[in-house]
Design a protein around this ligand. Structure first.
Ligand code: SF4
Length: 484
């Protein structure tokens, strides 16, 4: 059973940031260093092992001191905003840990149904998502964020503040003339609400934005936040606001001890665009920014593709890990074909399994509705289950016996025709039971082969071999962890 803790910590310096944001407004410069409360990275660097680390280590079956060292080095993270209230399940994302899965929910500019988004959040919790992100772009964004954060307990909660900055900025300033510090004000609003991790597209520079819109890329920018920032930079001929105020942003995230998820505004949105100069240039920038963040005690992960041919996925993960020094990698799929409309959750799951096996740490799910419409709650369920299967398949390679117990249990049950145990381990037990029972007859096997079931044909001979031990079978996995 997962451990859930209730956060009641309150930062002592929260109000100070408002003062510095005011200074930025006046002078457009980064503020001097603040005396900070300790971040999780600071805590582990000083030799202590906070409760979150102990809980995650126990859940993952790893040594807490080893996990603390990984967090200190920025190779693993535990998202937690000191302002987040209510029940939160600490989860670890990174090296040597189970691959996690994220679900995106949220209104769109054209479909604003908060009850439906709440239903999606409940499905994410029920079917085992590890984290959740609110990507709302329609309605009262502050109110929706707060409501969804409440319903999403106990999952760590993420947002993309660029959306709100752009949408409300256009409304407030009557166009794209909002000042650069406006983007930071919205970031702080999300931090104050307790958002645990945020996509910050700091690595798309003005130069990259100018060049990519003139490039021969099939899809120049497919990141919504990236496109918004690019439009702002091109319109105002100004540098990326997150990059311009990067030092201040680090102060802010350290103050709330939240995680920066460095966005991939220039991720490939078509197979033909994978690993082009724009994706790699942004990745290099992100790796540099990530190292700066970790040095300042701010937890960080880097977001990745996107659309990518199968044979580039392993290279992509290895390159990112090498450039960043092992920072957790958060990939969107990747989709390994552009031609799976209506089944993009499957295209993404194929790429995600390979990425996870190669070392990706957090998988963002895709639903069957990707590229077509806002997903329904049923789409969310399908997408989440597909991604969880992919993450688990990757973990069997990445973590070996630590990840494979469930597989061994179910395969032994399958050979024994123990249907109850098999169904209990299914990603969606209700669906599995419905299928098992739909042509049901009085026979020990299922109706796929009926009386010609291999286990019935060989029953007499199989009886002689005795019981198999789960631990003995698990030993066979010991040699198969780690892709070349
Ligand atoms: S009937 Fe066929 S599919 Fe069903 S358990 Fe037996 S061998 Fe497997």
């Amino acid at each position: 059973m997962a451990v859930i803790i209730t956060y009641q910590r309150s930062p002592t310096l929260i109000t100070v940031s408002a003062l510095y944001l005011h200074l930025i407004t006046l002078h457009e410069v980064s503020p001097p260093g603040l005396p900070m409360a300790k971040t999780l990275i600071d805590e582990v660097r000083s030799g202590s092992i906070p409760d979150e680390i102990v809980i995650v280590a126990k859940e993952e079956g790893v040594d807490p001191r080893k996990l603390a060292k990984l967090v200190a080095e920025g190779r693993a993270i535990v998202p937690r905003n000191v302002r987040r209230t209510g029940k939160v399940r600490p989860i670890g994302i990174g090296e040597g840990l189970r691959t996690k899965v994220n679900v995106n929910i949220g209104t769109s500019g054209t479909v604003i149904d908060v009850e439906m988004e709440k239903a999606k959040a409940r499905i994410a919790v029920e079917y085992g998502s590890d984290t959740i992100m609110d990507l709302s772009t329609g309605g009262d964004l502050d109110e929706i964020r707060r409501v969804l954060m409440e319903v999403s307990q106990p999952l760590p909660f993420g947002t993309v503040p660029t959306y709100q900055a752009w949408i409300e900025g256009v409304r407030k300033y009557g166009g794209l003339s909002m000042p650069s510090d406006w983007f930071l004000k919205i970031v702080e609003r999300h931090l104050r609400d307790g958002v645990d991790f945020m996509t910050i597209h700091a690595a798309i520079t003005k130069d990259l934005a100018k060049r990519v819109v003139k490039s021969s890329r099939v899809a120049p920018i497919v990141s919504r936040g990236g496109a918004m920032l690019a439009a702002w930079m091109l319109e105002n001929d100004e540098e990326n606001p997150y990059l311009k105020h990067w030092d201040y942003l680090l102060e802010l995230f350290a103050e709330y001890d939240a995680v920066i998820s460095l966005g991939d505004a220039l991720r490939p949105g078509a197979l033909a665009d994978a690993h082009d100069e724009f994706q790699i240039a942004e990745l290099v920038n992100n790796a540099r920014l990530a190292r700066q963040a970790i040095a300042r005690g701010v937890q960080v992960m880097i977001e990745g593709p996107g659309h990518m041919p199968l044979d580039k996925v392993v290279v992509d993960v290895k390159l990112m890990k090498s450039l960043s020094g092992g920072v957790p990698y958060y990939v969107l799929g990747p989709l390994v074909t552009d031609a799976a409309l209506g089944y993009d959750h499957i295209a993404a799951a194929i790429g995600a399994a390979i990425a996870a096996a190669a070392g990706a740490d957090l998988i963002c799910y895709l639903t069957p509705a990707e590229h077509l419409s806002l997903p329904t709650p049923e789409d969310v369920k399908e997408g989440l289950i597909a991604s969880k299967i992919a993450a688990h398949a990757g973990d069997i390679v990445k973590l070996g016996p630590r990840a494979a117990r469930k597989d061994v249990e179910i395969s032994i049950s399958r050979a024994k025709l123990d249907w109850e145990k098999q169904i209990a381990y299914a990603p969606d037990p209700e669906k599995a039971r419905r299928m098992y029972e739909r042509f049901r007859q009085q026979i020990a096997s299922c109706t796929m082969c009926g009386q010609y079931c291999v286990f019935l044909v060989l029953e007499k001979y199989l009886r002689e071999r005795g019981e198999l031990s789960v631990d003995d079978v698990l030993k066979r996995f010991a040699s198969c962890s780690g892709l070349p």
